[in-house]
Design a binder for this molecule. Structure first.
Ligand code: AMP
Length: 403
């Protein structure tokens, strides 16, 4: 019997991540396949696993076969069709980095919406074009398949105006220079899990630490984002694998005016060469730094912990106190050492850690007498996208919600 599937796509400059979810009769979503095409335009390689982690494919391709995101979509589409012959594709959900001020929720894509999303390219020139290239490639091949855009920024659109502003002349705010915030799909997923896993804090003041290769924190009040550490771009806030986190803008003036860095060099420095990698000179991978005995590796880890704690303090002040904390993403989910170091420095907030539960990975890692309860909750941005996509096509909301 035919069943229906939803394809979730996250297209970047050199990689295309994808997941397939089967929709059962009750409308539940089950992961079927997860994979990615890496090295688009350089050393293309397709890998995919089934829901239990068994490798289904690991194949290299030539640059001429996979030169662009569109080629990657074609190839992945062909591979999926061969594997999932008896399934019918209901819709495709895309992770789209920027929804600007217009989109505060996911949207079914049509020509008008696509044009609006293109107009947001200047706000996210490194990501948005690739997200849109994937949408275009699918529309050209299968125009009848509904496609949904789910935004990294949308979850933060409800934050108060004070959290949206920079103290620049007003015309910059009007022209879109605002604190958008990112990782919104991850935070939204966590808010859907809180009532099930930690109901006592779900309606309270919660700081979520999404600590992965990209990292940010979000202050939640009753499940709504009131502030976050990323702002206009995904560079601000806590230190990351290759991005510096908060940086005095005077440093940028110095780098351009005195050191002569071009804007392309600056971009490379800020997105690819800074953060844990830049400080350690060894790696952007926290696991490697934690195993290393090099002093700069230790310093990079200390910097990561120190500035994450500092930003937790800032968000705690915004919330006027904290009822709960959540760790998620690669480092947040898998590193008891980093969680412990961060939490020990948060003792002043009323955090007391349960060391054994922390080593086990939770879900609750605070002690029974801790004033603030602390949780480890694995994020699932792909599932969040699949849920939104299914909800939109079920409700047939053509054009979606535009503010
Ligand atoms: P993400 O971007 O969420 O996939 O997170 C990726 C990052 O998580 C990697 O770069 C690692 O630094 C980090 N990570 C994954 N597993 C561990 C671990 N067991 N201990 C420390 N860091 C980890």
């Amino acid at each position: 019997m035919n069943s229906s599937i939803i394809l979730v796509v996250n297209a970047g400059s050199s990689s295309l991540k994808f997941s397939v979810f089967r929709v059962d009769d009750a409308g539940n979503l089950q992961l079927v396949v997860r994979g990615q095409m890496d090295g688009i335009g350089t050393r293309p390689c397709l890998k995919a696993r089934n829901s239990t982690g068994t490798m289904l494919v690991e194949s290299d391709f030539t640059i001429s076969e996979v030169a662009t995101v569109g080629d990657a979509i074609s190839l992945v589409g062909t591979w999926l069709r061969e594997r999932l012959q008896h399934e019918s594709l209901l819709a495709v959900g895309h992770r789209v980095v920027h929804g600007g001020t217009q989109f505060s929720s996911p949207v079914l894509i049509n020509t008008e919406i696509h044009t609006m999303l293109e107009q947001l390219i200047p706000l996210a020139p490194l990501h948005q074009p690739h997200n849109l290239a994937a949408i275009r490639a699918i529309r050209e091949k299968q125009p009848q398949v509904p496609q949904v855009a789910c935004f990294d920024t949308a979850f933060h659109r409800a934050h108060p105006q004070i959290a949206d502003l920079y103290a620049l002349p007003w015309e910059y705010y009007e022209s879109g220079v605002r604190r958008y915030g990112f990782h919104g799909l991850s935070y939204e997923y966590i808010t859907t899990m809180l009532p099930k896993i930690a109901p006592k804090i779900a309606d309270g003041r919660v700081i979520v630490a999404h600590l992965g290769n990209g990292a940010s924190l979000c202050a939640l009040q009753a499940g709504k984002s009131v502030d976050s550490t990323m702002g206009f771009s995904p560079l601000d806030g806590v230190p990351m694998g290759t991005r510096p986190g908060a940086l005095d803008p005077g440093v940028l003036l110095h780098l351009t005016n005195q050191c002569g860095l071009s804007s392309a060099e600056l971009e490379k420095l800020l997105y690819q060469e800074s953060g844990l990698l830049g400080l350690s000179g060894i790696s952007n991978d926290m696991r490697i730094l934690l195993e290393s005995h090099e002093s700069r590796a230790e310093l990079a880890v200390e910097y990561f912990v120190h500035y994450t704690v500092k930003q937790i303090g800032a968000l705690a002040a915004v919330l006027g106190g904290v009822d709960g904390m959540v760790f998620t993403a690669g480092i947040g989910e898998h590193s008891p050492v980093i969680r412990e170091r961060i939490l020990q420095a948060c003792a002043w907030l009323g955090v007391s850690i349960d060391a054994a539960a922390n080593v086990r990975g939770g879900p609750c890692i605070s002690s029974a007498d801790s004033r603030v309860s602390v949780w480890v909750i694995p994020t699932n941005e792909e599932l969040m996208i699949a849920r939104h996509t299914l909800a939109l096509i079920n409700h047939g909301k053509g054009g979606g919600q535009v503010e």
